[in-house]
Write a protein that binds this ligand. Structure first.
Ligand SMILES: *Cc1c(COP(=O)(O)O)cnc(C)c1O
Length: 969
């Protein structure tokens, strides 16, 4: 594996430049040989030839740098980080410097116990992060004054777009397609919302005066920014009342922190409230990731996009949390979906919720008051010096009138002095105060702007109220965050133990393999994670001056180049902040391409029945007409059906969305033929690249597809964060490059810069790009190819060892599978009553996270081991499944009771196993320690099987009182 260009000196042999490859890949060399023996294959190369169709297999070495070791890669990243420059950013526009409480930084953000967990589908082993997200919901509900909140959306701009789509769905009174957008909305919000509206067939009107626009005619809804992006504060009530009078509904995009002091939108009658929780202790990270939210009325609970965490109970009646209302995205209702949101921002929502727990309502109020007071001091100082402020009522942001050329000179001077101000409004300078603003920033700023030294203490004495610039009728009078969780953990000892207690309830990659088909839960190496919290990456404002972000631009440029080399695509956009958003962005390039050729009538999107729910949901969002293509008995796209549908829709064919290798875990032999047929009919090929882990280095997707999204949080090592963050960049061929997303900030290159955006920030979740960059550098051209081989080997090894015990649903050529396999449990259900859910929950008793359940085929489990799992761990998992198969047989033979058996009652909690009244007909041994290896250490579910139906019938999405937990035990 050594780099052939390096001369082999004795010392070179001792230098561990390729050591990381074997750290990332689980099986040792000897294991690989053994596993190849088990599956009956000569070598890894032979395995590739046997599994991948010759038509796409590319035997050529990658044209990219060789691997490097952790020490050198981190040094290189350090240099890149050092060319970013830190300033005090007072730009505002939805992003503010914030202090991450160190106890949260180290014990959550930098802790694999939190960041490597998966989306909490298996509620019994996810109670910790579910509670974290429930805290977030409660905090958002309280601050906004709404009845219900979801557990995060991707960013404020997309949340606003979701709000618009939601208002359209729920407003039964208005037939209008008109939607009014406050001109004071954040510019990136307006851009993203307007882009979304076009494709939903809605008509957007940007209004300086919402009330007079309302008077001009019908609309189904409107979006107001509160406070306005230029800082202006005005009463929401009259506009909302007016809207309601004429049958329109109101969405408010708000600054969550301001609501500690301001009358919340819920009290002014808002129907939906969105915003970002970034300034609740989540670094700006040059644009993301952060948790946005959507809060609304109870009545609309079934129309909320994204996940909602709800309270239910377990088998013993104890309170237990889980994702409510089938917001479980693998069951996204395809073309009936309300939204395509899948991966969201779980980790960041959890962090923001903990920030609320740490500070409590008094702490939050104090931070908000300090911010407001600093803003008042600046306002006072500027007014005294004769400056004109646009608004007298404000929370944290001032708009100062300054004519050119003085304006440019002042902005420049401030920048030189380390202060970034908002520069994008003609004739105005914007100043946003934040949690990190100190007296010295205030005096420096005033000195720069007024040209004179300023005595801040003297100003402070002049500002007589902490609410000086908030009119009495807009002040908050209601309490918030009164639940005891926000009052209990204010000493660091208590907080640390709370965080640890929750962490210990969750099974993460720090415990065991998480064999989730299609989700690629591989190693998230520590070296890859370390740079994420370096201030030079974490603390940049997304709209800071270009030359302060040179390091980011280097990193972004290089990562785009690497992804280009791996896929063959001519252009890459890193803007989409999840795979689903990549789908949306990619389909938009296809749509724009057809439009550019006068073929806007091409609206039909072919989607195989096996596709992930996000595919049809995204196609729907761009206004395409979905035509489903069936699959044959082997799980492949049914060619006859495909041809018939192409023929039928030939003139209107826009695209085929195909996942490769397929969600059935096989390399379809005919993929090239399929793509060619679609192209011959004038359609474009969209490839869902979620399964890229089976292709990297061995096939260039651009050779057969036009657009593809990658999930950097699957293939390229960004951890899942318990349900996000993610990044879903798209690659496109040359003819689509000009249609890639742009951004209102003008920060993106000339090619696509003026196109509409799909996310709030130019490079979406830029702050986690160092992870994927580091992974690719650490593995290099040889390591990446090897990772793919071993991922396929591991999957085939599992499939081979399980065969005879379980049916492998689909296999490809030579009886091989790709990087994952589906085991069929339906026969057992018929014969014994044991369901896929029973097996999934029983795996918890064996210390494992269940595989993907009932997707893409109901009644099955989809297993993806990835290359990072060792032979020992694979064997432990396989042995568990084989043992479970024996247990199923005991139920089948009547040896075990059909209802009261370890499978039906799984998972078993420690309370139950240790209880004095054990009444089951099977032993505690059999229940809790079914294999001897569990004696070495065992992960226990913190609650027993959760009752989903009960929770949905009695929907509670706020924190239950603590007594509820005590009573139950
Ligand atoms: C994960 C996945 C998606 C969606 O990606 P997100 O990042 O969760 O939005 C789409 N398609 C497939 C096949 C996937 O596995």
């Amino acid at each position: 594996m050594s780099d052939s260009k390096t001369p082999a000196s004795p010392l070179h042999a001792l230098e561990a430049h390729d050591e990381f490859i074997a750290r990332h890949i689980g099986p040792r060399e000897a294991d690989i040989a053994k596993m190849l023996g088990t599956i009956g294959c000569e070598s890894l190369d032979a395995l590739m030839a046997e599994t991948m169709p010759g038509s796409i297999l590319d035997g050529q070495p990658l044209e990219m740098a060789p691997c490097d070791n952790e020490e050198r890669v981190l040094e290189e990243l350090r240099e890149i980080a050092d060319s970013n420059r830190l300033s005090h950013s007072m730009i505002g526009l939805g992003y503010h410097p914030t202090l991450v409480p160190p106890v949260i930084l180290r014990n959550v953000l930098e802790n694999p116990g939190w960041y490597t967990a998966y989306t909490p589908y298996q509620a019994e082993i996810s109670q910790g992060r579910l509670e974290g997200m429930l805290n977030f919901q409660q905090m958002v509900m309280d601050l906004t004054g709404m009845e219900l909140s979801n557990a995060s959306l991707l960013d404020e701009a997309t949340a606003a777009a979701e709000a618009m789509a939601m208002l359209k769905r729920v407003n039964r009174k208005s037939k209008s397609n008109r939607f009014l957008v406050d001109a004071a909305c954040l510019p990136q919000t307006i851009d993203v919302v307007a882009n979304r509206a076009v494709h939903l067939g809605l008509e957007i009107e940007i209004c300086d005066d919402l009330e007079s626009s309302l008077a001009e005619g019908d609309c189904f809804g409107l979006l107001i920014q509160y406070p306005g992006s230029d800082g202006g504060l005005r009463d929401l009530q009259p506009v909302i009342d007016r809207a309601h009078e004429q049958g329109a509904l109101a969405a408010v995009a708000c600054d969550l922190l301001s609501l500690a002091l301001l009358k919340p939108p819920g009290e002014a009658g808002a129907d939906v409230v969105v915003g970002s929780a970034q300034r609740f202790g989540v670094p700006m990270a040059y644009g993301g990731p952060h948790a946005a939210f959507l809060a609304t009325r109870e009545d609309y609970r079934r129309n909320v996009p994204g996940r909602i965490i709800g309270v239910s109970r377990d088998r013993h009646g104890a309170p237990a949390l889980r994702m409510a209302l089938q917001t479980r995205e693998q069951h996204i209702r395809r073309e009936k979906a309300m939204s395509n949101i899948c991966t969201a921002q779980a980790l960041l929502a959890v962090m923001a919720g903990f920030y609320g727990v740490w500070h409590g309502p008094d702490g939050i109020r104090k931070i908000a008051r300090r911010i407001h007071r600093h803003a008042c001091l600046i306002a006072e100082g500027l007014r005294s010096a004769g400056f004109e402020l646009v608004h007298d009522a404000f929370f944290d942001t001032l708009s100062v009138r300054v004519d050119e050329p003085q304006r440019q000179a002042l902005l420049h001077r401030a920048q030189q002095a380390g202060l970034n101000l908002r520069a994008d409004q003609d004739g105005l300078i914007g100043i946003s105060v934040n949690e990190c603003t100190r007296k010295r920033h205030v005096s420096l700023l005033l000195e720069l702007l007024t040209g004179e030294a300023v005595d801040v203490a003297e100003l402070d004495a002049r500002v007589d109220s902490d609410f000086q610039a908030i009119p009495a009728e807009l002040r908050r009078t209601s309490d918030f965050m009164t639940h005891e969780v926000f009052g209990r953990y204010h000493s660091e000892t208590e907080m640390l133990r709370y965080l640890k207690r929750l962490e210990n309830k969750d099974l993460s990659l720090a415990h065991a393999m998480i064999p989730l088909g299609s989700c690629t839960m591989k190693l998230n190496a520590t070296a890859e994670m370390i740079p994420v919290t370096w201030p030079e990456f974490a603390e940049l404002h997304p709209f800071c001056p270009w030359d302060q972000a040179r390091g980011y631009h280097t990193l972004i440029g290089q990562l785009e180049e690497m992804l280009g080399q791996l896929t063959g695509f001519a252009g890459i956009s890193l803007q989409p902040n999840a795979g689903s958003q990549g789908e949306y962005a990619g389909l938009l390039t296809i749509k724009a391409f057809h439009a550019s050729r006068g073929e806007s009538h091409r609206t039909v999107c072919l989607i195989p029945s096996s596709a992930h729910g996000t595919n049809p949901a995204s196609a729907q969002m761009v206004g395409m007409d979905i035509v489903v293509v069936g699959c044959d008995a082997k799980g492949n796209i049914d060619l006859d059906d495909l041809e018939a549908k192409i023929e039928k829709h030939r003139d209107n064919l826009a695209a085929l969305m195909i996942t490769y290798p397929s969600t059935h875990g096989v390399f379809e032999e005919d993929v090239v033929t399929i793509c060619n047929k679609v192209r011959a009919a004038g359609g474009q090929v969209y490839l869902d690249g979620a399964n890229m882990n089976a292709l990297v280095g061995w096939s260039r997707v651009a050779d057969f597809a036009d657009v593809c999204h990658l999930n950097l949080h699957k293939t390229f090592c960004i951890p899942h964060g318990g349900g996000g963050p993610g990044i879903g960049p798209i690659g496109v061929r040359e003819h689509l490059v000009q249609f890639l997303p742009g951004h209102v900030s003008g920060l993106l290159g000339p090619e696509s810069g003026s196109n509409p955006a799909v996310a709030a920030a130019p490079w979406g979740s830029a702050g986690i790009l160092p992870i994927s960059w580091a992974y690719i550098r650490l593995m290099g051209r040889d390591g990446l190819r090897r990772a793919t081989q071993v991922a396929i080997l591991n999957a085939n090894y599992i499939a081979r060892r399980l065969s005879g015990h379980y049916d492998i649903l689909y296999t490809g050529r030579n009886d091989r599978i790709a990087h994952e396999c589906i085991i069929d449990l339906r026969p057992f259900k018929d014969a014994t009553g044991i369901s896929e859910e029973d097996v999934a929950k029983r795996l918890v008793d064996y210390g494992f996270h269940a595989p993907t359940m009932s997707w893409p085929v109901p009644g099955t489990l989809m297993i993806e081991p990835t290359e990072s799992e060792s032979l020992a761990e694979l064997d432990r998992f396989i042995d568990a499944l084989i043992q479970i198969r024996r247990e199923i047989d005991k139920v089948g033979s009547g040896e075990w009771d059909a209802e009261d058996n370890p499978l039906k009652n799984a998972p078993h909690t420690i309370q139950e196993l240790a209880s004095d009244d054990w009444s089951h007909p099977y032993s505690r041994e059999d229940a809790g320690w079914p294999v001897p290896s569990l004696r070495l250490g065992k992960f226990f579910a913190s609650v027993a099987r959760v009752d989903n139906v009960y929770g949905d019938r009695n929907l509670v999405c706020s924190c239950p009182p603590l007594e509820a937990y005590q009573e139950a035990s």
